[in-house]
Design a protein around this ligand. Structure first.
Ligand code: ADE
Length: 249
């Protein structure tokens, strides 16, 4: 069981994504728990302000430190067994390795940043990690937190059921996945490759390996540089690089 706690000024954004699909089922089955916390509930004053003007001037508003600190203290008083993640475009880029690391914690607490930025003391004193889901700017950390919950949850034992195994997919092998087909065999003359219909297991396995390598070579050479391929795979890769140079796509 993994417990997520999400601190946000828009907790209502999370309801329907977390009720639907595999995440909804995982919650029903008790494999994960998701607790939403409204940062505004921890803000003081008549207006319960969660943002304020930046010291030093300039445009935009800055997320205040006190409501976030109070929310965290209420949600994880001793922080035992919990990792606190701030979602921000300035964070460490989210990759499968980091997803796996987060999935190993019993509790993942997320702070969704907002406005033009967050008070620096939130990052330096309250968060254990800062995570970005990609090099683009969202209106807030909420969608990033949803991405994180989704990616981490599918690694929790029992969440995927029999709809897939997280070990075999792209990024765990380091390669992109091979093309998949299901019925019909022929749709508008767009045909399933013969080898997949052959029943010849070794030939199918070889074809899939080759297609995986080809796709990764064509689309994501950076991934190939990050792994060490077995000798056999390097040979296959060499042969398809030659083929590629001769006849393109
Ligand atoms: N908040 C705004 N943009 C973000 C991003 N790319 N990743 C994480 N949090 C964000």
């Amino acid at each position: 069981m993994l417990r997520f706690d999400i601190l946000s000024i828009f907790p209502e954004m999370f309801r329907s994504p977390f009720d639907a699909s595999l995440i909804g089922k995982a919650r029903e089955k008790g494999k994960i728990e998701i607790h939403l916390h409204d940062i505004r509930d921890y803000a003081e004053g008549r207006h319960r302000m969660t943002d304020d003007y930046p010291y030093g001037g300039g445009g935009g508003m800055v997320m205040k430190v006190e409501p976030v600190a109070r929310a965290l203290e209420a949600v994880v008083p001793d922080r035992d067994g919990a990792i606190v993640v701030l979602l921000t475009p300035q964070g460490e880029p989210l990759r499968q390795g980091l997803v796996e690391e987060l999935a190993s914690w019993p509790r993942v607490v997320m702070i969704c940043g907002h406005y033009e930025g967050v008070d620096e003391r939130i990052r330096s004193h309250l968060a254990d990690r800062e995570v970005s889901i990609g090099d683009y700017i969202l209106t807030g950390g909420e969608l990033a937190a949803m991405v994180l919950v989704d990616a981490v949850s599918r690694l929790v034992p029992g969440v995927l059921g029999n709809s897939g195994s997280p070990v075999a997919d792209s990024f765990s092998t380091g390669l992109l996945e091979y093309p998949q087909y299901t019925r019909p065999e022929n749709f508008r003359e767009w045909k399933v490759p013969d080898v997949l219909l052959s029943g010849h297991h070794k030939a199918i396995e070889d074809w899939r390996k080759r297609e995986s390598l080809k796709r990764t070579w064509r689309r994501r050479r950076d991934l190939l540089e990050a792994i060490s391929l077995p000798e056999e795979d390097r040979k296959i890769l060499q042969s398809l690089i030659l083929e590629d140079e001769q006849d393109g796509p």
